[in-house]
Design a protein around this ligand. Structure first.
Ligand SMILES: NC(=O)c1ccc[n+]([C@@H]2O[C@H](COP(=O)([O-])OP(=O)(O)OC[C@H]3O[C@@H](n4cnc5c(N)ncnc54)[C@H](O)[C@@H]3O)[C@@H](O)[C@H]2O)c1
Length: 249
């Protein structure tokens, strides 16, 4: 029996990048998967590629009605949702003092409001299922600061905080909630990032989406049955600080 046989998974931002790798991983191990994204062409093509047990549903995570439609689609076609991957996210890079207010609203709407609305929409369905797992996309930016990224950092700290509250509230219903904190991963999102930022990491390269997806799958499965409300790093050692001796040669 495969690890996700019988599971009904909803993956936000599942059309590309880390989300696509999660969708492919869940599907390969038996789950029925709903790819929820605003990127319709890529998401539709992914669903077609996977075939049976995969559907694309247009989902704008900033819109509660859109979330209700996605949950209804899952329930109609496969049953109550047992896995929610709150992966959709956007990056914003603008220094404070350079008119970053619009960017703040846009980034918070997707990365923080979107994750809350996802949990809010899916929790009743998961309770009907008798339990489940929610995995929320935070970042190393949910553990420390990054210059010129106030909105992104705030949104990812928000995810880390709401994950803990959700774990407390939903634990008695058999629902576990954890957050994932990737370092730099090679996706569309990081194309504008200076490649040299990984030079002084313990693992001195960008991660691959599949390397992050494996952690999501662990947290979505019973393999992590005693973990909830916790942060899980997959960052190549980025948060350890730089390699290199403090003593001059
Ligand atoms: N790539 C990294 O280095 C990195 C590091 C830490 C955390 N993360 C987080 O991982 C998640 C996935 O990022 P990625 O690197 O795969 O980026 P990506 O840009 O490749 O994918 C993000 C996906 O989210 C979707 N999305 C954006 N706004 C949406 C909305 N309103 N509704 C629905 N879907 C929406 C996009 O269409 C896209 O498919 C994000 O939450 C990101 O913040 C990424």
């Amino acid at each position: 029996m495969a690890r996700f046989d019988g599971a009904v998974a909803l993956v936000s931002g599942g059309s590309r990048g880390i989300g696509e790798a999660i969708v492919r991983g869940l599907h390969a191990e038996g789950a029925w998967v709903c790819i929820g994204d605003v990127l319709e062409t890529a998401g539709g093509a992914l669903a077609d590629d996977l075939g049976e047990r995969a559907v694309f549903q247009r989902l704008d995570v900033t819109d509660p009605t859109s979330w209700q439609e996605a949950v209804s689609r899952c329930e109609r076609e496969a049953g109550p949702v047992t896995i929610l991957i709150n992966n959709a996210g956007v990056l914003g890079i603008t220094p404070i003092g350079e008119g970053a207010t619009d960017e703040w609203k846009r980034v918070m709407a997707v990365n923080a409001d979107g994750v809350f609305m996802g949990m809010d929409a899916v929790a009743p369905s998961m309770r009907r299922a008798g339990g489940g797992a929610i995995v929320n996309a935070s970042s190393t930016a949910g553990l420390q600061g990054y210059a010129s990224m106030a909105a992104y950092v705030a949104s990812k700290w928000a995810v880390r905080g709401m994950t803990k509250t959700a774990a407390l509230e939903l634990g008695p219903h058999g629902i576990r909630v954890n957050s994932v904190h990737p370092g730099p991963i090679a996706t569309n999102m990081t194309q504008q990032i200076d490649p040299s930022i990984t030079d002084s990491q313990a693992i001195g390269r960008f991660g691959r989406p599949e390397e992050v997806a494996r952690l999501y799958l662990f947290l979505a499965s019973d393999d992590s049955s005693y973990s909830t409300g916790a942060e899980f790093l997959v960052d190549g050692g980025q948060t350890l600080g730089p390699t290199g001796s403090l003593i001059e040669d």
